[in-house]
Design a protein around this ligand. Structure first.
Ligand code: SF4
Length: 523
């Protein structure tokens, strides 16, 4: 029996049962009338136009809300929720998620829901990540020293938002002015932006681990807060005593940020500065309402390494840090693996809930097999759908280029659609109210051969239309009672069986049964 108000009680994930009492079907912006609706990016999945130009600056929907909080020492949503205040952000989230405001406040106060919303990101449309709300999807973008520029990153941001990303992480590591790219992305983004500050910390000392000081880390973390970053991956759970546990792994440490911290500890023979200075980071975060995304430096990079001692030791520390951040009223979500066989996914979700006191879980994939480079948006979307079903709050997308190269805009599109499918499938399996409405509407359009409506209701209308028109491009075929799959003479959906037909059949069968009984009695 779960404890009253526990995540299990709220989630009704297959850990307990398969229905959830809360949440709305789709978290897409297309279901919400907000400032975002005024931009070309507003209707992911419903727009028929590919975004090729940058949008005009977004309206600052939060400016007046934030203004009132000026001068306060702690401006986090968690702080206000614990004080009994329903902020404008919480009220907005309640409308988006079709949840009572009181429940949103209670969930935020409990730490089981987060609203990543830096006070320096006024054009953000507030959203929620947590077990009581719909399953969310994150898209990673970012320039590397080898490829990409600021315009391409903005194009990826726009595509990500267009195709339904709920949050976007800027993982730029070089090749551009990192501050300029980050500022441009935040100013253009209606969704929360996440970053991994250790990349820039290393960049700030020209890649020299030996020169990297504790203060360098904190300086970059505060800079990201000032710029308006809504959540930061902080690899504070990796302790020096965890490192020997990596022995015997096939792929060692695969987290970029975790690798930097490991090198730092190996060089300096000192504890992880993000751990020792964790309370200082909390002090910074509460001034901006930046949310922790506690990084899993020891996530498995292959199936062989999944759920091993190193991963679970770090998870325990992430639980300790979650509760420490909560003492400062700072919001937290916890990152998870990675590469996990299907039969270990439930265990991983359950374990995170236990160790981290039900703070929202944010998983990368997980990939359920290692043998499909070029198709890892598929191998990981399978694991992501299962993780979402078991109660994971946000899924970090994986693109087809995973393990192979920097994703281009088309990879962003393919990765995101795969993950929108996974998150939506999880919402349906958890029986979130209204989750299946769009599916049913599309099915009605399909049965009525309303091709245009079918395209419009698709997660990727352009792709659906393109595939249909490959063989039957003429307008006349938009009313055709067939497609090129079975052809005009063999489309089984042409056979329309009405309820009246079936009721007539029921009557005939009943009459036959009565006649048979009578015949048996006479015999
Ligand atoms: S022709 Fe076949 S594939 Fe096409 S709509 Fe009819 S049943 Fe579906």
């Amino acid at each position: 029996m779960p404890a009253q108000g526990s995540a299990e009680e709220l989630s009704h994930s297959p850990i307990v049962s398969m229905a959830a009492p809360f949440g709305l079907g789709l978290s897409d912006h297309n279901l919400v009338e907000t400032s975002v609706a005024a931009t070309p990016l507003a209707r992911p999945g419903f727009s028929s136009a590919v975004v090729t130009t940058l949008p005009s600056p977004l309206p600052h929907m939060r400016s007046a809300w934030i203004e009132k909080r000026q001068g306060q020492a702690n401006v986090t949503q968690l702080h206000y929720a614990r004080a009994g205040v329903v902020t404008e952000e919480m009220a907005h989230v309640a409308r988006r998620e079709k949840l009572p405001e009181s429940l949103v406040r209670e969930e935020v106060a409990r730490g089981r829901m987060i609203i990543p919303a830096n006070i320096n990101h006024p054009n953000l449309e507030p959203m929620a990540i947590g077990i009581a709300s719909s399953c969310k999807v994150n898209a990673n973008i970012g320039a590397s020293p080898n490829a990409s520029d600021i315009n391409e990153e903005l194009e990826k941001l726009h595509l990500a938002v267009k195709y339904g990303a709920d949050t976007v992480m800027d993982l730029s590591t070089g090749g551009v002015n990192l501050d300029e790219v980050r500022t441009a992305i935040i100013q253009a983004s209606p969704v929360p932006i996440g970053t991994v500050p250790v990349y820039q910390a290393l960049e700030s000392v020209h890649g020299s681990i030996e020169k990297l000081s504790e203060d360098d880390f904190l300086h970059i973390i505060e800079k990201h807060c000032q710029q308006g970053v809504d959540y930061q991956t902080i690899h504070a759970g990796l302790l020096i005593e965890h490192l020997p546990k990596v022995k015997g792994r096939l792929t060692g440490i695969v987290s970029r940020g975790g690798g930097i911290l490991a090198q730092w500890m190996l060089y300096h023979h000192r504890q992880n500065p993000l751990y020792t200075r964790f309370d200082d980071i909390c002090e910074i975060f509460k001034r901006y309402d930046c949310t922790f995304s506690l990084g899993d430096s020891l996530r498995p990079g292959c199936l062989h390494d999944a759920s091993d001692e190193a991963q679970l030791a770090e998870l325990k520390t992430l639980g300790e840090l979650t509760r420490r951040a909560w003492k400062h009223d700072v919001q937290v979500m916890v990152e998870g693996p990675g590469h996990v066989p299907m039969d270990q996914i439930e265990f991983n979700v359950r374990k995170q809930m236990e160790e981290c006191s039900e703070a929202p879980f944010y998983v990368l994939g997980p990939l359920v097999t290692d043998i499909a480079p070029g198709y890892d948006h598929i191998t990981s979307a399978i694991g992501a759908a299962m993780a979402g079903w078991y109660g994971t709050a946000m899924l970090c997308y994986v693109t087809p280029k995973e393990h192979l190269g920097l994703p281009n805009p088309e990879d962003v599109r393919n990765g995101l659609i795969a993950y929108k499918i996974a998150a939506h499938a999880a919402d349906i399996a958890r029986h979130r109210p209204g989750a299946r409405d769009r599916d049913d509407e599309l099915s009605r359009a399909r049965y009525a051969f309303d091709w245009n409506k079918q395209f419009d209701l698709s997660l990727d209308p352009e792709r659906a239309r393109e595939y249909h028109d490959e063989t039957l491009p003429a307008d006349i075929y938009k009313q055709a009672e067939f497609c090129s799959m079975c052809g005009p003479k063999h489309c089984p959906m042409q056979t329309k069986i009405t309820d009246a037909d079936l009721e007539g059949l029921e009557q005939v069968l009943a009459e036959q049964a009565t006649a048979d009984r009578k015949a048996q009695q006479v015999g």
